[in-house]
Design a binder for this molecule. Structure first.
Ligand code: FES
Ligand code: FES
Length: 188
């Protein structure tokens, strides 16, 4: 057997059949045919052309790819698209529109919570997921009393809970101010 024949045989063995999957993204069902190894991030960006969700590190370290799945935040680079056929996926494009911003989007604008904006979609999705976690009584590493039913969202709590979202422009003080505004509005 020649070397190229060996290579062809190996390639054929390694070939993966595409999988059909219907993803519900921003309230719309989208039919896709994907290599089953496709990450949710690549499915969103490369197949559905929803490029608001950003690719930073592509291995779970920067948070730029954060989206909401059934209301919970997730790094879309760390999960496979085919695992989410029964889920409600929300990306930054589904949160609001230029004429009707989501309160978190409006707060980021008001507080100038970005510079280059690359991390911002992930920051906003993450902040919305984080507020829901705090509201549900989930403690964080910064929570003094983990048995308490409610935790005041101090700046230290917000910083800790948002620590998975990196901002290369270091817009952190304004990001925290924006999140605090929404958190305080929620309490009011
Ligand atoms: S691109 Fe997913 S965490 Fe960085
Ligand atoms: S605004 Fe530039 S990376 Fe955060």
């Amino acid at each position: 057997m020649s070397l190229s024949t060996v290579g062809d045989t190996k390639n054929a063995e390694n070939a993966t059949e595409n999988a059909k999957v219907a993803l519900t993204v921003n309230g719309r069902v989208r039919q896709l045919e994907l290599d089953p190894r496709t990450s949710l991030l690549d499915a969103l960006r490369e197949h559905l052309h929803l490029t608001g969700t950003k690719k930073g590190c592509d291995h779970g370290q920067c948070g730029a790819c954060t989206v909401l799945i059934n209301g919970r935040r997730i790094n879309s680079c760390l999960t496979l698209a085919v695992m989410h056929a029964d889920d409600e996926i929300v990306t930054i494009e589904g949160l609001g529109s230029p004429d009707a911003l989501h309160p978190m989007q409006a707060a980021f604008v008001l507080r100038d919570g970005f510079q280059c904006g690359y991390c911002t979609p992930g920051q906003i999705c993450s902040a919305i997921g984080m507020l829901a976690e705090a509201k549900a009584g989930w403690p964080s590493h910064a929570t003094a009393d983990v048995a308490a039913q409610t935790t005041a969202l101090t700046d230290a709590e917000i910083r800790e809970r948002m620590s998975g979202n990196i901002c290369r422009c270091a817009a952190y003080p304004n990001i925290i101010a924006a999140i605090r505004d929404v958190a305080e509005g929620d309490r009011g």
